[in-house]
Design a protein around this ligand. Structure first.
Ligand code: C5P
Length: 245
């Protein structure tokens, strides 16, 4: 574990996770220079991680940010076990895997985190929002998107995961088929006056929280803003932050 994590981490109960969807480190630094770790968490996905690497993740953690390492691990159980241990050792706040990797893979991911000194939240991806019913049929899933989401959310819950990434529109349904404490991490969030971009099923921050979302993943409405802090303040004022877990 990064020895500096516990000394420098700033308590943060913001429900906002800013998606760092940048293709270079300079643009990422420009945005982070305008942010404050007490107002938001940060999400690093496959593109930025591949460019910037684990040292960059550790730097953000040391700067006091809660980091969601969004690498969506999906492999044989032994490999996912190792990957989750490595992620935990970076000091990240949240890590995720694909629920479709199955029960053995999920329970090995759980074991990896449980055995680590620092224990990030362990989250599953159910059905990618880019996939529709026809896409699922092509891979042999015939009973529709909602049935598959519920099946994989329940599998994740039964294997000890802490929650799932889902649309805010699905948050209530997921809590109903699992547990009210099962976390929902929801992208597709838009303010009344922000562009929809390529998102189709969107919700406002307030509506998402009211529908059961625990954390809101927000990218372009914040990263493209001239004053990202003003947008963060606006969002935080419209929803009540949940307690830090
Ligand atoms: O810019 P925007 O707010 O649309 O960014 C949303 C973020 O959430 C992006 O990083 C995107 O990859 C991620 N995401 C998503 N839908 C999912 C899962 C993740 O938009 N189902």
């Amino acid at each position: 574990m990064n020895p500096l994590v516990s000394d420098t981490a700033i308590p943060n109960n913001s429900p906002i996770i800013v998606a760092l969807d940048f293709s270079n480190i300079a643009d990422t630094h420009n945005l982070i220079a305008k942010l404050d770790p007490r107002m938001c968490k940060l999400k690093i996905g496959k593109e930025l991680f591949t460019i910037a690497g684990p040292k960059f993740v550790e730097q953000l953690v040391v700067s006091g940010y809660d980091v969601f390492l969004d690498l969506k691990f999906h492999d044989i159980p032994n490999t996912v076990y190792g990957a989750c241990k490595a992620a935990a050792n970076l000091g990240v706040w949240m890590v995720n895997v694909h629920a479709s990797g199955g029960a053995k893979m999920l329970s090995e991911a759980r074991r990896a985190i449980d055995e680590s000194a620092h224990k990030p939240l362990l989250i599953a991806v159910t059905v990618l929002t880019s996939m529709n019913e026809a896409d699922l049929k092509q891979i042999g899933i015939l009973d529709g998107v909602d049935a598959q989401i519920k099946r994989l959310a329940k599998l994740s819950y039964d294997n000890g995961l802490d929650g799932v990434v889902c649309s805010a529109l699905e948050a209530k349904m997921i809590k109903e088929c699992t547990n009210s404490n099962f976390l929902t991490i929801t992208p597709g969030i838009r303010l009344a006056n922000s562009a929809k971009d390529d998102q189709t099923r969107i919700m406002s921050p307030k509506a998402a929280i009211e529908n059961g979302a625990d954390y809101l993943v927000i990218g372009r409405p914040i990263t493209d803003a001239v004053d990202p802090t003003a947008i963060l303040v606006e969002i935080l004022q419209t929803c009540h932050p949940r307690e830090q877990i």
